[in-house]
Design a protein around this ligand. Structure first.
Ligand code: SF4
Length: 268
């Protein structure tokens, strides 16, 4: 059975030729990345495997800083962008500034639509996301998900810093897979890294990191929706802490999946 036939059989019917070809490339890349030891080799392999634009969404958190470093080291032609929600910590913007300066690269900054933000705040208030999950999802949709979708439009592949160790919901994150919602290949080059491995890489390469990491913030999102965690707490415990532990996702990595707040998932 060819890879195309295997993909068609597994999905219950033949996908269109473009989707089938992207699924096959993703499957090959998933296998290839598992056999490469260094992040630099993985970044080079991703770039070599993909025809077209490869986009990397950085939250400027520790995982994404490691990937930015490897991209800069390899010189791979990868479009790096970040989402400025308008609610970031100053330390996050400092990290953006410092990273561009250290590596001599430009990080494209995506902003939400101003009219949509104005309508959102007019309807829900400046802290409307605190009052209901629906209001919080609406805020993430306007400030994060829509700018993300614009940034990924036309991209052939999307690199993220997801790690399996981050949460139960991410424990099966592959190195590469076809993202049917975004219609591109989603690649997670440090999916198998432990936190210790990540911290070793950051220290060995003197990678700039957000100053908040040293103050109890392992996962950093918008300022009003992120707090420091206490010793022993889950690394995602400081995100949307007033909500149920299940399903604390902003929607960046769950489009096309059940958008409900069921199983707990990722960090953006
Ligand atoms: S994390 Fe909070 S402030 Fe940021 S987009 Fe989501 S709800 Fe809005």
């Amino acid at each position: 059975m060819t890879l195309f036939e295997a993909v068609a059989s597994a999905s219950g019917g033949p996908p269109d030729p473009h989707t089938a070809s992207q699924q096959a490339i993703a499957a090959e890349l998933d296998h290839k990345l598992a056999g490469l030891a260094t992040l630099e080799d993985r970044i080079a392999a991703i770039r070599a495997a993909i025809d077209g634009r490869v986009a990397f969404s950085t939250s400027l958190g520790i995982e994404d800083q490691a990937i930015t470093h490897a991209i800069a080291e390899t010189g791979a032609a990868i479009d790096i962008f970040t989402l400025d929600t308008g609610r970031h910590f100053p330390e996050t913007l400092d990290t953006l500034f410092e990273t561009e300066g250290k590596y001599g690269l430009k990080i494209r900054v995506m902003y939400p639509d101003a009219a949509e933000v104005e309508d959102l705040v007019a309807n829900d208030g400046i802290y409307g996301f605190r009052y209901s999950i629906e209001a919080r999802k609406a805020c993430c949709e306007i400030r994060k998900v829509r700018p993300l979708n614009r940034a990924l439009k036309g991209a052939a592949a999307w690199i993220t810093g997801l790690r399996r160790e981050q949460s139960q919901g991410r424990s099966h994150v592959p190195f590469a897979s076809y993202d049917a919602a975004q219609k591109l290949i989603k690649v997670n080059p440090i999916a198998d890294w432990s936190l210790a491995q990540l911290e070793d890489y950051i220290a060995a390469n003197n990678v700039p990191v957000n100053a908040l990491h040293a103050k109890g913030f392992p996962s950093i999102g918008c300022q009003p929706c992120t707090r420091a965690i206490k010793p022993g707490e889950d690394i995602r415990a400081g995100r949307w802490w007033w909500e149920n532990e299940n399903g604390k996702e902003c929607g960046l990595h769950t489009q096309g999946e059940d958008p409900g707040f069921e199983p707990k998932d990722h960090a953006a």
